[in-house]
Design a protein. Sequence first.
Lengths: 516, 749
Amino acid sequence: MHQVESKNVDKSHKVWNRWGLFIIIFVMETIYGIYLGYFKNVLLGDSVSRTANAFYVLYCKPYRLTSMGLIWNPLPSILQLPFILASKLWRPIATKGIGAAIVSALFAAWQGKVLLDTFKAFKIERLFSLLITGLFCFNPYIFFYGANGMSEMMASAFIIKIVCSLVLWMKEGKGSQLIEIGIGFVGMFLTRYESIPFSVAVCLAMCLHIFFQKKEKRGCLDRKKELFYYMEATMWVTFLPMIYTVLVWLFYNWMITGDPLYFMDSGYSISAYANYYSGYGGYTGALIYVWQRSWPFFMLIGGVLLVRFFSKRFLKIDTLIFLILALGNILFIYDRIAKNLSAGYVRYFCYPFIVAIAWLPYELSEMKGIRRRFSVGIVSGTLALTMIFFAWAFQYSETMREDTLLMVPGNSGEVADYINSNLKNEKILMDSYRTYYVVMNINNINNVVTSCNPDFKESVKDPEGNGIDYLVVPEKGSYGNMDALNRAYPKLYQNGADWCKEVASIGEFKIYKVLK
Amino acid sequence: MKNNPVGLGKQLLHAGYINQEQLDSALYFQKTEGSLLGEILVSHGYMTKEKLDDFVSSNSSAHLGELLMHYGYLSADQFREALSYQQKYGGRLGTICVSLGFLTERQLENVLKKHSIVHSKLGDELLSQGIITPEQLNNALEMQKRSGGRLGEIFVFMEYVTQEQLYRILANQQDLGRPGKNAAPVRNDSLPYELAQKYKAVLLRNEKKHAVIGVVEKLGDLPVRELSGYLHKPVEQVLISDAEKYGFWEQIYNEQEAKISIFGLYDENPEYSAIVTFTSAQVTVLLGLALLILAGVMINWKALILGLCIFFQLIYLLMAMMKFVIVLKGARNNTQLRYSDEEIHAVKETDLPVYTLLIPVYKEKEVISQLIERIKKMDYPKHKLDVRILLEENDIETIQIIKSMDLPFYFTMIVVPESKPQTKPKACNYGLLQARGEYVVIYDAEDRPEPDQLKKAYLAFKELSQEYVCVQAKLNYFNSDQNILTKVFTQEYSMWFELLLVGIMQMNVPIPLGGTSNHFKMSFLRSVGGWDPFNVTEDADLGIRLYQYHYKTAILDSRTWEEANSKTKNWIRQRSRWIKGYMQTFFVHMRRPVELYKKIGFRGFVGYIAMIFGTPFLPLINPIFWALFVIWILTKAQWIQSMFPGILYYVALIQMVVGNFIFIYMNMLGTYYVIKDCARKKQYPFSYKIIKYGLFVPFYWILMSVAAYKALFQFFINPYYWEKTQHGLTEGAPETAEGMKTKIREKTD
């Protein structure tokens, strides 16, 4: 029977190569993740927080998905649900970040496979493919995020998938690649809101490609209007899944909370955080700030541009496309930082590095023979430099290490131990915003009233009337200010209140008994 | 004696016995007096009787009648009488003379023995008679070398000879007569249908001493003996053309064939006929279900509603999952049969078989002429086409129009006798009975098949294994740009043919075939009894039967462009018929569900349920859930929440959110694929601007639900009623790539 598409089979790329690398990365990341979480107690706050969101779904009654909350994108938490279920047999799967580590390890391994698949599709030599993929996947920065359960690895994997599909589309023009880009964006949106500015960058890149590629124009009878319609149709096919996902997300925010932009406007949202960001010094100050944290991630971009320069392709339109893809997100974040609307964690600036690596298969396919080898040398050298830098930076660079130090609130475990020992049958009210790790370590969850419980708001308003016996209140400060109890009773932490009595002070937390 | 119909007068002239003036004069007198030419020449003194006798006896070109008179077996009056009889009723002169008692068989044999006939080749014969020129003969021979086929048919196709001229010579070559002007089939005591069908023979005369049968090909001894045995008398064969045979056949056997076309399937395989809508077992089951529901309502209506909710959600889940898997398979692994232009050009036309095209037409006067023109332009040797235009007897207007057209010889106009049910499948069955092709395809009147589709289908059948008995071409719409309805309709079709059907094929489940452009092996169709005339989606039904017989269908990368319904009411009519047909098909094949399951296995059974049950069922239940959703948004009613407890809520949620989106998205994607694919082949039937109209699909679903309820109503009240779709509602569409480019240019400027 006639097959429609002849497959470009590079026999040197055997299936086991790609799956082999997948398994290696997955196993190593998982082991490292378990080592970090279980043995070294390195539990990053944002990672555990996402685990906690999943935790509430299966531990807090009534059991419902909404317990996950509507602020953060839901996918990282949803994927941890099976592990949360398993944690009912052994709690450390949740509390020591084992489930989270496995999820991020899976995505770390997947992105490696996607890269290799893309190299194969572009018929890049196996050695070069493995070298580049290995240098990327085992880069200390990438490797760390592949093990720590943060959502960055998921976002990275989706970005790689998107860009790899995009460059394949630029080469082959297949509809299935557009679907892959679309699904990639759905995954990315459900993981990180940065998908939105990134989608704008990809959209722009695609439009440029269509507009400047003769092959694309030929399919439109060389008519500008039809070309426009083709662009429009391509954008619809590519981005409709994401647009729909955004609309559904807005719809659910609206249905559940009455505010479609709840995830942006609520007391726990990104906008609420903005009050606590220190001034970065406007655009100039923000530039310096961003550069200090992002320059290592630009090394590979520099390598690609160097390759383009030496191969006399610097002035081609796809250079602009590459730069738009690589810099689109970071420019958006820079703008937000300059306006004091966003934090400036190092991990927010890693996108150029990820986009650049996904671009490489396309880049190398544009050259053959000695040119390609030379280019591989340049990019591999750049990758190796990045690798060395991060290996050093994780140990010695204050700036680069700052993300790695944002752990779960200190003493959370002790607070949980106190509750488990002394208050196991008492009804305890706490806002999981800061006490999420406490909640995860409490044995008798049924006695906890936290943000995901239907009667939480009422309980905060009237603890005694709702049968609350104890409160857990975090220290007021940048994060503690957003705690519901601190917002409802601003002077409680410092001065106490006549309706309750302090019974314990553990680190930043105070436990109060409600007087009846 | 040469088999040379050149007249006696010319022969005498050439031989120098008379001059031109004498000949002209004699011919004039022959016209006025009606006497034989030889008699006139002698009586006017232009030549003596002895010289005439000498000429006749020695002339190798002498006719039988002249010879018989020369030998004294026949008088001039008898000769005239025999000639007159021959002109009226046909047959061979010698046999006529014997049957009229003018001479004995022995005498005839003696003359024939003495003057044996020399047959020359057809081409030479035509040439020697001055009917064709040497150049025309060469052209025809070249065509035969290139495309194969019979030389005679090629002469007629190239309009070098008429059918009458051809068959006269062929008859002479085969020592057969031709029917006379007054020839008509014997109505009473005609041959039994089976016998006539077996030998393609029609009884034209039943005399006391012999019978005359019309045949399209000379029968051998065995068939002749069988026919003689039946008629109890010797049989004389006369050669008739296909058109003449059809004309005679229609007069005698049309009622019989009408019955076969209606009841053939029912007689052979009653379990596959939709003549009965519900069997008694099905009625029992349905009543039982109704009673169960009633009991449920009385005992605990909440639990009942919950149960029904769970059931419906499972159906949705099954459908959504299947569709998703099918689309993924269709998008990635394309197993359409594709052939390059080079492969098509390399086809040896001599190898091509006869291809039957069935064109059922009913009140389509607006579009039928266009289809005929398109068929004429198809890339297939025309003398190997068997185009059958199937008309309904009560469609006088279209019949008149077709009659007024000068149709090429490979077209046959077939008038289906008025009978119930009046459906397309019945007409197709009727047309199939005398079809000659090795392959057969159906085209609707408004269809625009790509010119090389027949050759592609041929290549497909050649390449595929024996179990493939059907090749389905892809359908799409040429008037996508007309309005929102046509845009969305186009998207639906694009998704079906570009993604879903391709994916379904790979899953090895029953495939409901498209309404037209399905190419079949004739042997398969006849073996399964053709289409079910009582089923208004006979194509879907046939697809299921095909699967049950363990046959397969392949998808061909060739398109037939149709007209999308542009008027809402018309669209609803059409869609309600399709849905009703699916309901019929479901109940027909679910008469014995256990047996069906055993025949087609688990996968096939699930696929059958999903395709045939799901298609009408979902549009029926959709409005219920839409209404529930709207009510819940507005009121947050607790009773609605209680219908979706626990995990069921999430299942329903995912289906609503993801499932619906997938359907909308796939519509747009399918169309995108089509447009790109066409552009790759330098065809530009639609503009990309129609893609975004896929967002209107939810409104389209509302229309589908309206059609579904209409179908449900008709299913009980009038199951066989064929809702006629009006065509020709669109403005003229482009025929060529250039034309299509112009169309898009005009629309986008």
